[in-house]
Design a protein around this ligand. Structure first.
Ligand SMILES: C[S@@+](CC[C@H](N)C(=O)[O-])C[C@H]1O[C@@H](n2cnc3c(N)ncnc32)[C@H](O)[C@@H]1O
Length: 363
């Protein structure tokens, strides 16, 4: 049993079953034993690989997107370039390298990183130290004046609560102890009277509290102070029911309760509700588009071709493999599974990546 699992078991013995959000918060963010606190989980030797770690092209195109947004904002002389959950700092490093050629952009920006992991802060310092970034524990401290915000695979790491429809109505899904003393899923004894959503018995409803709070905060700030934000993550364009809690270790799915603190725990992002939060906060909504459509519209093929011209045979194979992976289609293909949603101050014109390609069910 992991140290953290023993702590959670003891907590449940003393206080009773805990909600999914509390379990996720402990598994990912426990100050000593949380998953992100003591390790760098990214890359082939880690537990999962993200788009910026697959290819520099991803960050380069996002950098040019950010430079375009900055110009659309009227090229303010000072603005914050904020990344939420920057991992190894690869995305931001690629964005900054690609935008060196944009006159005035680097002189105007101030890099802010919102990161809770001390280990990953160390990796970010190594990748981005020359830009003198400022670190924050939460978004609140980073938002000051006009800003451009990027977040790749950040919202999926934020805790949410789950409810299950039973004949007595919605009941909260909890983590408690089974007869064998191991962690086990169960349901709260009382039904949740505040949820008034019709659904067939057995449906699981997910309530993404923190993610929607953060999106609302970003959208409200940008609506008032100017700027744009880009959220990229796996999830659905339309709200629905279902249990999306998943755990991953060494690139394989594992049970979410087996090794808290040793496996990554994530959920799928409900982009319909994210979009509603953006609009409620008074910002303009762009997309969501699939990652495939977004990257193709931003010129991924042209970028891959330009890189290939200067590459040797081995590098050309790597570029081609990365290209295919970033836009892969199908239920588990990154290009379809990942969605891209942008938001901006309403006065900004349409942003690149969303005008040409629309998802079929967007109307
Ligand atoms: C899945 S990784 C994505 C890393 C990076 N964006 C990339 O695409 O490679 C999630 C990142 O979010 C950070 N993170 C997780 N929960 C967080 C929280 N509550 N506040 C700030 N950062 C958090 C992690 O430490 C990590 O840097």
């Amino acid at each position: 049993m992991t140290t953290l699992k023993a702590e959670i078991v003891e907590l449940i013995r003393q206080e009773g079953p805990i909600g999914i959000s509390r379990y996720m918060a402990l598994a990912l963010g426990h100050p000593r034993h949380g998953y992100y606190m003591a390790r760098d989980p990214l890359g082939a030797d880690g537990d999962f690989t993200t788009a910026p770690e697959i290819s520099q092209m991803f960050g380069e195109l996002l950098g040019l997107w950010a430079a375009h947004a900055w110009q659309a904002m009227g090229a303010p002389r000072r603005f914050s370039l904020i990344e939420l959950g920057p991992g190894r700092g690869t995305l931001m490093a690629d964005m900054l390298r690609a935008t060196r050629i944009v006159p005035g952009f680097h002189a105007a920006l101030w890099v802010h990183l919102v990161e809770t992991s001390p280990v990953l802060r160390g990796r970010q310092a190594a990748a981005l130290g020359s830009f003198e970034p400022v670190w924050h524990d939460s978004i609140a401290g980073a938002l000051d004046g006009p800003a451009i915000v990027v977040a790749n695979e950040f919202l999926d790491a934020l805790p949410l609560d789950q409810f299950v429809m039973t004949p007595e109505g919605w009941r909260e899904r909890l983590v408690g102890l089974g007869d064998d003393g191991e962690l086990a899923f169960g349901l709260a004894a009382a039904s949740e009277e505040t949820l008034r959503i019709a659904a067939p018995a057995g449906s699981v409803f997910e309530q993404p509290g923190i993610a929607l709070d953060i999106v609302t905060e970003v959208a409200g700030h940008l609506a008032a102070e100017g700027g744009a934000a880009l959220f990229i993550d796996y999830g659905s364009v339309r709200s629905g029911f279902g249990d999306t809690l998943q755990a991953m270790k060494r690139h394989e799915f594992v049970s979410p309760l087996t090794e808290p603190g040793e496996a990554d725990l994530t959920v799928h992002v409900d982009f319909e509700r994210v979009g509603q939060a953006v609009l409620r906060a008074g910002a303009a909504l762009h997309g969501p588009a699939t990652q495939r459509d977004f990257l193709l519209a931003l010129g991924l093929p042209q970028r891959a071709q330009a890189l290939s011209l200067k590459a040797d045979a081995t590098q050309r194979t790597k570029i081609s493999t990365a290209f295919d992976r970033l836009i892969a289609q199908g239920e588990t293909g990154m290009g379809d599974l990942f969605k891209v949603l942008a938001l901006s101050q309403r006065s900004l014109p349409p942003l690149p990546g969303f005008d040409l390609h629309r998802l079929p069910d967007q109307g």
